[in-house]
Design a protein. Structure first.
Length: 109
């Protein structure tokens, strides 16, 4: 039964722990990097998307999230109507617009 009991040896002294301010400083650096690498660019993208959606007007050529391209025929606060072809018009939410195309793009396609 002696093989179940392990020997306890004296341990050596551990080196002194580093300064607590170093740990706080490293955590602060990680948060600053996180802000500048993730949060700030995302906020800038949201701001430009919001400005683009507010600037939409009748006659603009847009692409919606699914890749459908069309010309805006009606617009209100929540929805827009897109003319896809001569006889096909769809209604989508304003937030579905992913980009605005330069004028005349639909004619060249």
């Amino acid at each position: 039964m002696a093989f179940f009991i392990s020997n306890a040896y004296a341990s050596t002294a551990h080196p002194a722990q580093g300064d607590g301010m170093y740990s706080i400083f490293m955590i602060a650096i990680i948060f600053v990097l996180f802000y500048f690498m993730l949060i700030r660019p995302q906020n800038q993208r949201l701001k430009t998307q919001r400005q683009m959606l507010e600037a939409l007007k009748k006659g603009d050529e847009v692409v919606i999230g699914g890749g459908i391209m069309g010309r805006i025929t009606q617009i209100n606060d929540q929805h827009i109507k897109l003319l896809i072809t001569e006889n096909c018009e769809i209604s989508v939410q304003r937030q579905a617009v992913s980009s605005v195309l330069p004028k005349g793009t639909l004619k060249t396609i």
